[in-house]
Design a protein around this ligand. Structure first.
Ligand code: C2R
Length: 168
């Protein structure tokens, strides 16, 4: 996380040896299937930074490293997941299978103009939903994630309202 008010996004917790340490409260976790998705990831990071939403980025593939993904999710305390993937994009669905927190999928245009990825994400079977934004539209995913965070965070709500006002 960069450029954010540290106090707003940190809390103290016991360090286990009699003291306390500051820990960051990550609200949104961005998980991408490959480093090749970095330009799309950057758009989500940019808007979450603009909106002052604490976030982190992980590159973890459900296909290539399912155990690593499972371990990461088991230790994650994020409220919302943005899952970015191209081709047969199972990553958002696999994350949704492991959490009841909201998952927003971002299809990436790697091949077939991103249609393969769009359909993989949007056609989840009943009972395990994944929200889906437009192809390569990680900025919208970031805004939507911030809107979910804003349900509990008046400062983020205010920043979202200001962002909307600026377009009018
Ligand atoms: P490479 O460039 O690493 O070959 O990846 C990635 O998100 C990327 O867009 C090519 C594309 O494969 C995607 N990928 C997935 C998954 N893991 C990687 N769709 C997954 O687990 O769903």
């Amino acid at each position: 996380m960069t450029g954010l008010d540290q106090e707003e996004h940190s809390k103290t917790e016991k360090d286990g040896v009699g003291g306390e340490r500051m820990v960051e409260i990550v609200k949104v976790a961005i998980v991408a299937g490959s480093k090749s998705d970095q330009p799309v990831v950057d758009d989500a990071v940019k808007v979450l930074t603009e909106l002052g939403v604490a976030h982190e980025v992980q590159f973890l593939s459900a296909h290539r490293n399912p155990e690593g993904l499972r371990k990461y999710l088991a230790g994650s305390r994020a409220d919302v997941y943005i899952a970015i993937a191209g081709l047969a994009a199972h990553l958002p669905g696999v994350i949704a299978s492991m959490t009841v927190k909201p998952v927003i999928g971002v299809p990436v245009n790697a091949k077939l103009n991103g249609l393969d990825s769009l359909l993989s994400i949007v056609q989840m079977p009943p009972g395990v939903p994944v929200g889906c934004v437009g192809i390569d539209n990680a900025r919208n995913a970031g805004i939507l994630a911030a809107e979910i965070v804003a349900l509990q965070d008046p400062k983020v709500k205010e920043r979202l309202e200001k962002m909307r006002e600026a377009w009018r």
